[in-house]
Design a protein around this ligand. Structure first.
Ligand SMILES: [Zn+2]
Length: 376
């Protein structure tokens, strides 16, 4: 018999609103809607990737159809719970965005669901629908058949849409908009620790902190990285796992950051070469650098930084001995590089030079010794 391995993200996907991590206000709004039987015709769930939008849409679909609701929690065993998702329509607008897809959907929508009372139509990446598709959906969203509820999920902010997205703005205005937060590092750390206990695995806090730091508020990313870690954990030392998570690039960039704060231009340019030879992209380096500046400011304010302890120690040492003006100029130069989208070696070298010139450390700009850098 073939055994299917379910990944951690799906194995620990929340099944009820009270299991949702980091979105308490949204859970409260939807719980009340279920309890008072006031579920909106259409919701727009907006939030960054991996923040749990699709999970909440599915939970809402089940709870709204549950025949033995306990408070706002679906029982998980009745026909409503079993068949709610079977009768729902899920559409990924990233790959099915055209008018024909929507016409098909509107045709199916008219039929009452086979097993349950409420048919949910869940459209992921809704901002990717074409204007014609969005316009075709408008009337259905305003006056849907009694048995239909729409849930649109998006990473885009409708209020910042450009002219070409007007149809998306109009559709959004017909929905109840629920704004998701990025999951807080603390909430993410707790969830990862709970998964480790459930998996009967002991993973050090240091590694969990690194995973949280790497995930930038996306619980899905964090759980996927933890999956990789658990497969390596018995066979490799923790330092190696950290390295396989980040590669050498984060470590060399951290060394470059230390030298930008307290070193010379020559040392920095040599590290830039080393980064380039390791396959680093200047934009990626800029992203790390901006985060290092933020983390240094956090450490100066004695706030928690979610990274491996080795890097935290280096950043602590830097932040204790750095002038604020230097941090500001590093942040400024690398934010400009990040936004420029340039990914050539020269752009990174010029950024480094800018920091030294900007900081008027001209004394540190000693001539580069020929033997230090190979020219090819
Ligand atoms: Zn049920």
């Amino acid at each position: 018999m073939m055994v299917t391995q379910v990944n951690l993200y799906n194995r620990y996907r929340p099944q009820n609103l009270n299991e949702i991590v980091g979105q308490e206000s949204i859970s409260r709004i939807l719980s009340n809607a279920i309890l008072k039987n006031r579920i909106a015709n259409a919701y727009l769930l907006r939030g960054s990737r991996g923040s749990g939008k699709t999970s909440i849409a599915r939970i809402l679909c089940k709870a709204a159809n549950c025949e033995q609701l306990k408070g706002f929690t679906a029982c998980g065993t009745c026909n409503g719970c079993k068949f709610a998702l079977h009768d729902a329509i899920e559409l990924d607008a990233a790959s099915n965005r055209g008018i024909d897809d929507i016409k098909d959907l509107l045709d199916i929508m008219r039929f009452r669901p086979q097993h349950v009372d409420k048919k949910f139509i869940i459209i992921d990446e809704a901002h990717q629908l074409t204007s014609a598709s969005l316009n075709a959906l408008l009337k259905a969203v305003e006056e849907p058949p009694k048995h239909v509820h729409f849930v649109f999920c998006t990473t885009e902010n409708p209020s910042s849409a450009t002219d070409t997205d007007k149809a998306f703005v109009t559709l959004s205005s017909r929905c109840q908009i629920l704004q998701f937060k990025k999951v807080s590092p603390k909430a993410m750390l707790d969830k990862l620790a709970r998964i480790c206990i459930a998996e009967d695995s002991t993973v050090s806090r240091d590694i969990l902190m690194s995973i949280v730091g790497k995930s930038d508020g996306s619980l899905r990313d964090a759980e996927n990285i933890l999956d990789t870690v658990l497969t390596l954990y018995d066979s490799e030392p923790p330092e190696r796992i950290i390295q396989s998570l980040y590669g050498d690039i984060e470590l060399i960039t951290c060394e470059l950051f230390a030298n930008l704060c307290n070193g010379t231009l020559n040392e920095c340019l040599l590290l830039v070469r080393k980064l380039w030879d390791s396959g680093a992209n200047p934009i990626e380096v800029a992203e790390f650098m901006v985060k290092f500046v933020t983390d240094s400011i956090y450490l100066q304010s004695e706030l928690t930084v979610y990274r491996a302890s080795g890097i935290v120690e280096t950043l602590k040492e830097i932040s204790n001995n750095i002038e604020q003006s230097r941090l500001h100029s590093i942040a400024e130069v690398f934010t400009i590089l990040q936004k420029s989208g340039r990914d050539d070696l020269l752009s990174l070298e010029l950024a480094i030079c800018d920091i030294f010139i900007d900081h008027r450390d001209k004394a540190l700009v000693a001539p580069i010794i020929d033997s230090d850098i190979e020219v090819w």
